[in-house]
Structure formats: structure tokens, C-alpha cells
Design a protein around this ligand. Structure first.
Ligand SMILES: Cc1cc2nc3c(=O)[nH]c(=O)nc-3n(C[C@H](O)[C@H](O)[C@H](O)COP(=O)(O)OP(=O)(O)OC[C@H]3O[C@@H](n4cnc5c(N)ncnc54)[C@H](O)[C@@H]3O)c2cc1C
Length: 402
């Protein structure tokens, strides 16, 4: 029953404009005229605007899509500063057959937040929520409000500084946007104890496919509220803000790093990890990044290093974890360290976590292939083990170079 109603919800609310039209000057002009009645001109950039290209590529993370996106750009990019601008863009899109794409952090691996995705020249526009990035943390309460355009690095920083002792379970790259990340789940190394980001969403505000503002989960109804917490971004409407449950974190956490080459028994260690990781204490998450014939084990322990050395020694002796493999730090430092490594020693955390525009570097696409297929042990030949999905309950952000 639930799945039937979800299918219906997708059909009804999906942003698939009933008769998507090919881009033509008249569609674009009608759409822009419609927008101009409710959205201030400075919030609408067209390809002829001087800063259009810069804005379009500003949060693209997959370099493969930079050139195609600029070659077949949207009719315009709308940068709303309030809900009514989003509503107007959705309604104008419906009225004039223009597909609306929504972008928060721009980390979509397939670029679906800023390109059409169709081979023909479909008319589409981008709603970029970059200007909606407020974060409200009350030091005395566990819930916080996060605008969809906020980056998770900003969220980590504001939570830890406004409410020491609290944190939030989400991913490892600080420039990921809350809009797409929480919509699709949100995995990180506190997942074993506290679940995905989506599991910690308490409420939300959104604009549906008709352009209605749904102010809370009551207005959404159970099925839609369920769907936006993990059903994938861009499918059910445009989330404007999330109310999230903050979680307790200890004053000291420990990050553990151990690398194993094939000669050092990487295959056996990964094989053991597959059965062991889901059975570890909830305070301990171990992920493994397998690349170039090397298995890099990384663990977050919500406690100090002596305790994690003891636990790893008894549960995973093959890794031979010692104090030298451990780094104690605050939870906030960890959120930067997992991505920037030792750069946290030379740069202030503000510079690392509040920087919304990261330079476009090497892109990695995470591939959810099961490790059974790739295990050299099972295939009976030596090769560099491929990307893998970890056992249920452990972290799966392993990666492959794109
Ligand atoms: C470098 C990198 C590191 C990553 N690390 C992790 C990780 O550690 N853990 C993890 O779980 N995932 C990780 N991801 C995947 C990431 O969580 C998803 O790609 C996520 O969808 C990105 O969200 P975004 O807002 O940044 O992206 P966007 O490109 O803005 O959006 C992604 C999708 O969501 C839709 N969307 C965006 N905003 C909204 C909104 N407000 N309402 C409704 N739909 C919306 C878009 O249309 C698009 O379909 C990583 C991705 C990259 C590129």
C-alpha cells in the first residue's frame, strides 16, 4: 500500500513537466516574463548576464559536465532569497513547459541539478538555492533548522560552536548541500550510532510540483514526508529547509588510519572487515577505501584512543592498530580532518568548513558495487580490489576514480 501511494506521489509531484518542450526563444521569453512578475530581476541570470557562466559552474563538482553545461545552458538561473521566488519559478515552469532543476550543493554525480539530462535541447531552468543557507541552532535544544542551500561543513561548524557537545551525522565532504544530501540519505561515520542524516530529519518546509508552499510535515502528509527523507533529490518537490535532530558527541573522538597492501594481507583484512564491521560497538565505524591494490581502513571512534586500541585489538587484531595509528581530536576537527587531513593543522577550521566554493579538483564517483564480485580471494586471482559496498551498518563511502 505504501509503495503504491509512493508511486502515485512520484507521478503526481514529479518535476516532469507534462509536455516538456524543446528550447525555443518563445518558451524562454514567456517563462522569463512570467518570472519577472514575482522574482526581482537581479535574482534571475540569463546566458547574456555577465556573471551567468561563473554562477553556473560555481558549484559543479563533476568536471565532465562543465563544458556540456555551458554549451547547453539553462534558460536562466534563479537564485531565490525566499520561498515565494521558488514558488513562482515552479509555477512559471509548469505554465510554459520549462523543466525546473533544483541545485543546493551541486554535488550530484550526474549533474542533474544543473543540466537537462536529455539529449534533445529541452527547455530547462535552474533554481539555485545557494542564497538560502541560514542555520539556526539553539544551544539549549537538540533540534536545529537548516536551509537547504547550506553546506554540511557550515552545519557542522555552527552546531559545534553554538551547542558544544552536539553534532550531526552526515557525509564527509564539507561542500555537499543539505538539499540533495538529506534527500538521498546522507552517510557518514556516525551512521552506525545515529543513522543517516535523513533518519534525523524531524520536519521540513518545501514547495511542491504545483508551486504550493508546504510549511511542515503535517501539510505534506505522511507519505510525502517519508519520501523526501531518502527518496532522492529532485523527485518530490523542492525542500527549502530541514528541521534536524542534533546528536550528542563526546569532547574527544579518535580517528584511526591503517593501510594494508596486498603483500600485507589487504585481502584477508577486507574479507574479515565485511563480517566484522556491522558487529562492532555502535561508537565505532570502520570504512575501507580500496584503491590501487591498497586497502585504507579509516575508523571514527566516539571516545579516546586507548579505548579504541583495546577494542580494535580484541575485535580486529589483524589490523594491529596502535596508538600511533590514532589521532584524538574534537568532533568538529574530525569533520574537517576526514576531508582535508593534516591541513587542519595549518588552516583555521573556519577557512576549511565555511568555504562554500571549493576549487574543482579530481572527481571521484562512488560506486555501489558489491564486494563479493570484486574480492580477489573469491575470484581466485590477484587484482586490485574494486570499489565495494560495506556490510549493512558500516560506512560505504568507498570510491573509484572517475
Ligand atoms: C565529492 C563528493 C563527496 C561525497 N561524499 C558523500 C558522503 O560522504 N556521504 C554521502 O552519503 N554522500 C556523499 N556524496 C554524494 C552526495 O551526498 C549526493 O550527491 C547529494 O545528492 C549531493 O547533494 P547536493 O545538494 O550537494 O547536490 P545537488 O547537485 O545540488 O543535488 C543533488 C540532487 O538533489 C536534488 N536537490 C538539490 N537540492 C534539492 C532540494 N532543496 N530539494 C529537493 N531536491 C534537491 C537535485 O536536483 C539533484 O537531483 C558525495 C558526493 C561528492 C561529489
Amino acid at each position: 500500500m505504501a509503495s503504491i501511494s509512493l508511486v502515485l506521489t512520484i507521478c503526481v509531484l514529479g518535476f516532469y513537466v507534462p509536455a516538456p518542450s524543446l528550447a525555443s526563444p518563445s518558451h524562454g521569453n514567456d517563462f522569463l516574463r512570467c518570472l519577472s512578475t514575482d522574482v526581482p530581476g537581479q535574482l534571475v541570470q540569463t546566458p547574456s548576464s555577465p556573471s551567468f557562466k561563473q554562477l553556473l559552474v560555481s558549484s559543479i563538482r563533476n568536471a565532465r559536465f562543465v563544458a556540456p553545461a555551458t554549451a547547453r545552458p539553462p534558460i536562466c538561473i534563479v537564485t531565490p532569497t525566499n520561498a515565494s521566488h521558488v514558488q513562482a519559478a515552479v509555477r512559471c515552469g509548469r505554465r510554459h513547459g520549462v523543466r525546473v532543476r533544483v541545485r543546493s550543493g551541486g554535488h550530484d554525480c550526474e549533474g542533474l541539478s544543473y543540466r537537462s539530462g536529455r539529449r534533445d535541447s529541452e527547455a530547462f531552468a535552474v533554481i539555485d538555492l545557494a542564497e538560502l543557507h541560514a542555520i539556526g541552532v539553539n544551544p539549549h535544544e537538540a533540534p536545529a533548522w537548516v536551509d537547504a542551500g547550506a553546506r554540511i561543513g557550515e552545519l557542522y561548524y555552527h552546531v559545534a560552536t553554538a551547542a558544544p557537545g552536539l553534532g550531526f551525522p552526515a557525509g564527509m565532504c564539507p561542500t555537499i548541500g543539505g538539499g540533495g544530501h538529506f534527500s538521498g540519505g546522507g552517510m557518514g561515520l556516525m551512521m552506525r550510532k545515529y543513522g543517516l542524516s535523513a533518519d534525523n530529519v524531524l520536519d521540513a518546509t518545501m514547495v511542491d510540483a504545483q508551486g504550493n508552499l508546504l510549511a511542515d510535515k503535517k501539510a505534506m502528509g505522511d507519505d510525502l514526508f517519508w519520501a523526501i527523507r531518502g527518496g532522492g533529490g529532485g523527485n518530490f518537490g523542492i525542500v527549502l529547509s530541514w528541521k534536524v535532530r542534533l546528536v550528542p558527541v563526546p569532547p574527544t573522538v579518535t580517528f584511526v588510519k591503517v593501510a594494508r597492501t596486498m603483500e600485507q594481507g589487504a585481502v584477508d583484512s577486507v574479507t574479515k572487515w565485511q563480517t566484522l564491521a556491522p558487529a562492532l560497538p555502535d561508537d565505532l565505524s570502520v570504512r575501507v577505501v580500496v584503491q590501487n591494490g591498497e586497502a585504507n581502513f579509516q575508523a571514527l571512534y566516539l571516545g579516546n584512543s586507548s579505548a579504541v586500541v583495546t577494542t580494535m585489538g580484541s575485535r580486529f587484531p589483524e589490523l594491529r592498530v596502535t596508538i600511533a595509528d590514532c589521532k584524538e581530536m574534537s568532533w568538529l576537527q574530525y569533520t574537517a580532518y576526514i576531508f582535508f587531513g593534516d591541513a587542519i593543522n595549518s588552516k583555521p577550521l573556519e577557512a576549511l568548513l565555511l568555504n562554500r566554493s571549493m576549487p574543482l579538483g579530481q572527481f571521484v564517483k562512488n560506486n555501489p558495487t558489491t564486494s563479493r564480485k570484486h574480492s580477489p580471494r573469491r575470484r581466485g586471482r590477484r587484482s586490485s580490489a574494486g570499489p565495494m559496498v560495506p556490510p549493512r551498518g558500516s560506512s560505504s563511502w568507498s570510491r573509484t576514480a572517475e
